[in-house]
Design a protein around this ligand. Structure first.
Ligand code: DAH
Length: 342
C-alpha cells in the first residue's frame, strides 16, 4: 500500500511537472485526485487494512494528496506566467515607432465658392431654399412660362423619368422659385443651390450633371437696379472689388426683361485671350425681372409686386475664380488637383 502511494506520488508529480497547458493539467488533476481517480481508488482499499494501520496510511495518503495538489497549483501558476509572457511578446507595442499621419481633408473648390456665395447672400438677408432633383415638368417648364414647343423639352435635351414627359431630372434650379412662391408670400429673398441635369456630352465646359445657384427676390417696388446692385455686390466679393460686370440683353421665358451677366476676363483683364476666346468677357449667369405671368401663376399680383431672379453656374463661377480651364477636373477627385485649393 505504501509502495502504491509512493509510486502514485512520483508518477503524478512527474506528469504534472511536464503538463504543457491548463487543459492538460486539469485532465491530470482529475486523473489523480478526482472522485474516480487513482488516489481515491487506493483509499478505497484501506478497508482491507488492519485497524491499527489505517491511521498511518491515512496520514500518508493525505500527504500524497497535499503534494499533488500543491504540484498542480504551482504548475498552474507557472503555465499562467508562461502564457502571459508569450502574450506580452505577441502583443508588444513599439511606442517609439512614428505614428501614421492622418491627412486632413480639404474643401472642394466648388464648396469653397458655394460656401462664400451662400455667406454673401445670407449677409444680404437671403435664406436658403431647397427643391427636388426629380421634378415635375409642371414646375420646371409650364409654371416657368416655357412654351410647349421649347427645345429644352425635347428628349434629346432632358432626362425624362416618365414616358408621358410629366417628370424629369430638373434641368435648372428655377423650379424652386415656383415652389417657394407657392408656399410663401412676399417679401421673398432666397437662394437655392443644387444639382441640375442635361443630356450633354462631357467635355471641357459641359457635363450632364452640374450645379446652379438660383436666386429670387420678390417684394413691392423691386427694380432692375436692385438686380444690378445685388449681382455687382456678389461679383465684387467673389472676384475682387475691381472686377467689372457687363449686363447683356438676353431671353429667358420666365423673366422680362432678361439679361446675361459677364465678368471682365479674370485672365487678360479684358484685352482678349484664350480663356475669354478674345472677347475680354466671361459669361457668369442669367438673370432678369420675374415675368408677370410667373408671378400671377403662383397667385402673386404682378401689379403690386415685382421681383428679380438669377441662375448662376457654380462650376463656371469656380472655374473663373481659380482660372481652371477644364470642367472635368472638378469631378475627377484627383488629389493633386484638389490639394491646390485652400
Ligand atoms: N435657369 C436659367 C438657365 O439654366 C438661368 C436663369 C436665367 C435663372 C434667368 C434665372 C433667371 O432665375 O432669371 O439657363
Amino acid at each position: 500500500m505504501r509502495e502504491k502511494l509512493d509510486a502514485l506520488r512520483s508518477s503524478a508529480l512527474g506528469d504534472i511537472g511536464t503538463a504543457s497547458c491548463a487543459a492538460e493539467l486539469e485532465i491530470l488533476r482529475v486523473k489523480y485526485l478526482g472522485k474516480k481517480g487513482e488516489l481515491t481508488a487506493i483509499l478505497r482499499q484501506m478497508g482491507t487494512l488492519p485497524a491499527d494501520e489505517r491511521p498511518v496510511f491515512g496520514a500518508l495518503a493525505n500527504s500524497v494528496r497535499a503534494d499533488i495538489e500543491s504540484a498542480v497549483a504551482s504548475r498552474a501558476s507557472a503555465l499562467d506566467a508562461e502564457a502571459l509572457a508569450e502574450r506580452l511578446l505577441r502583443e508588444r507595442l513599439d511606442v517609439t515607432v512614428p505614428g501614421a499621419r492622418v491627412e486632413l481633408g480639404r474643401r472642394h473648390p466648388m464648396s469653397i465658392v458655394l460656401d462664400e456665395t451662400r455667406d454673401i447672400f445670407i449677409g444680404m438677408g437671403f435664406s436658403v431654399a431647397e427643391g427636388p432633383e426629380v421634378e415635375l415638368s409642371l414646375y420646371d417648364f409650364d409654371k416657368l412660362n416655357i412654351p410647349p414647343n421649347h427645345t429644352v423639352r425635347e428628349w434629346s435635351d432632358t432626362f425624362y423619368i416618365t414616358e408621358d414627359e410629366s417628370v424629369h431630372l430638373r434641368c435648372q434650379t428655377s423650379p424652386v422659385q415656383v415652389r417657394y412662391m407657392e408656399a410663401h408670400r412676399p417679401p421673398i429673398r432666397i437662394i437655392s443651390p443644387g444639382r441640375v441635369f442635361r443630356r450633354d456630352e462631357t467635355d471641357a465646359s459641359h457635363s450632364p450633371m452640374f450645379h446652379q445657384i438660383e436666386g429670387l427676390v420678390v417684394d413691392r417696388g423691386i427694380t432692375f437696379g436692385d438686380l444690378k446692385g445685388t449681382l455687382n455686390a456678389l461679383v465684387g466679393r467673389i472676384y475682387g472689388e475691381d472686377a467689372k460686370t457687363r449686363f447683356r440683353p438676353h431671353h429667358f421665358p420666365f423673366t422680362e426683361p432678361s439679361c446675361e451677366v459677364d465678368v471682365r476676363c479674370v485672365v487678360c483683364g479684358g484685352a482678349g485671350c484664350r480663356t475669354c476666346k478674345g472677347e475680354g468677357w466671361l459669361e457668369l449667369l442669367g438673370a432678369g425681372m420675374v415675368h408677370p405671368k410667373v408671378l400671377a401663376g403662383v397667385g402673386i399680383d404682378p401689379d403690386i409686386y415685382s421681383g428679380f431672379a438669377f441662375g448662376i453656374g457654380v462650376e463656371r463661377m469656380t472655374m473663373l475664380r481659380y482660372n481652371i480651364d477644364d470642367m472635368r477636373l472638378l469631378y475627377e477627385n484627383d488629389l493633386r488637383f484638389l490639394s491646390q485649393f485652400a
